[in-house]
Design a protein around this ligand. Sequence first.
Ligand code: AMP
Ligand code: MG
Length: 482
Amino acid sequence: MTIGWCFDNTYFKLSKAFKEDIKPIPVKKPELVLFNKKLAEDLNLDFSNLDNQKLSELFSGNSLPEGSNSLAQAYAGHQFGHFTMLGDGRAVLIGEHLSKDNKRYDIQFKGSGKTAFSRNGDGRAALGPMLREYIISEAMNGLRIPTTRSLAVVKTGEDVIREAFLPGAILTRIASSHIRVGTFQYIAAREKKDELEVLLNYVINRHYPDIKNSKNKAIDLLANVMEKQIDLVVNWMRVGFVHGVMNTDNMSISGETIDYGPCAFMDTYDPKTVFSSIDQMGRYAYCNQPVITKWNLSRFAECLIPFIDNDQEKAIELATKIINSFEKKYEEKWLNMMRDKLGLFGVDEKDKFLILDLLTWMHQKKVDYTNTFCHLMNENIDDDKNYEDKDFQNWKIRWDERLKTNNNTSEKYLELMKTVNPLIIPRNHKVEEALEEAKKNNLKPINQLIKVLKGPYSHQKDILDYQIGSNSDKKYQTFCGT
Ligand code: AMP
Ligand code: MG
């Protein structure tokens, strides 16, 4: 019985400009903490013949599977607006695995040791942030939002030095690719048009094959990536997700959520919600996420200019036209998403006011974002007295009126609402509790949390404790995933 690896390492075949060929640095005493059996099955990988020791050796990078070609990817990025040359400073891609349906997946170890891109870092990761990425990325998948996935976490048996000595860990991350806006920025900064052309074609072949033969591939790529990113950020807004560090190096070309550092979910509705301790100015606040998406896409567009048109001015004009269509596209998709959250069919020109009035009320009354939509679906979780408020009751009368249009029925609208309004999100206090216990070797809470987050739209028994917000968002702070 073999595991079923089917490597086809196309990124490895690219030139030195794109990467450093390097192996993970072995660790002292690897020990498996989490393993995602269902994801392994979906990838057509069967690890059932490996005992925990063998799994630990594998997911620490101590023993690499046959057919892997490991490398660290080069990329750059605007970090809080400032351009820096970066790269995988603490991760290696061990290869691209093809599943039976011929889907291609990057298999990456995060926390695997120093690379040429480590700068002053130690190339390692601490257990807490790797477990946190596992929880939140799998929760995102449960919420049906495009994301990188988590296959395993191992402890390394070595300490990392942060604010204290912390146990080290490695996360096995699965992605449709790890190519970022920053990958384009890195290659563009080298000012070698042939290298940039290689990347452009590589990305189109891998992620957007439909535009392979189009007349203006670069402009079509920009438009396609924009579409994916708008869909992604609309999804984040839908569930109250704050990514927290939307640097261009953390924006995937495939449209998957990537790099779970200081992210968290909003409890109390406040558009200015920020969790990250380093985001002093609120650049990456909940309400800024669409604006930043557009800003990042503009940086992407800049990289593509040489391929949009030989006449630079014309190229800029064409790219600007696409970028300037962002707001209209975003608003349309966001409105449709909010209509779904309220169970509304069809389009009424007053919908926008209905939606904004609800959000304004939620902000004023400091109610829970997720649970307010649950309340509207008759799922009363925290029986908040605010829902008896007269303004809310008056708003509900308007909502009821609108619900009566377009042959809607309560069965129909509840069915729609149930597909987009989660009954459960990763509540900050539950995530913290699970991490605290996992650090003390009690894996029960983390496994239970991961389990309930798999089915956020369905009724599950005894989950009330997971549904109640901590109501103290202001105090909740996250730190970059180091
Ligand atoms: P991130 O904040 O995780 O998106 O990382 C930003 C950049 O810093 C990336 O190039 C990472 O590879 C690098 N980096 C983060 N932590 C470390 C570390 N402990 N050692 C080396 N590089 C790191
Ligand atoms: Mg990153």
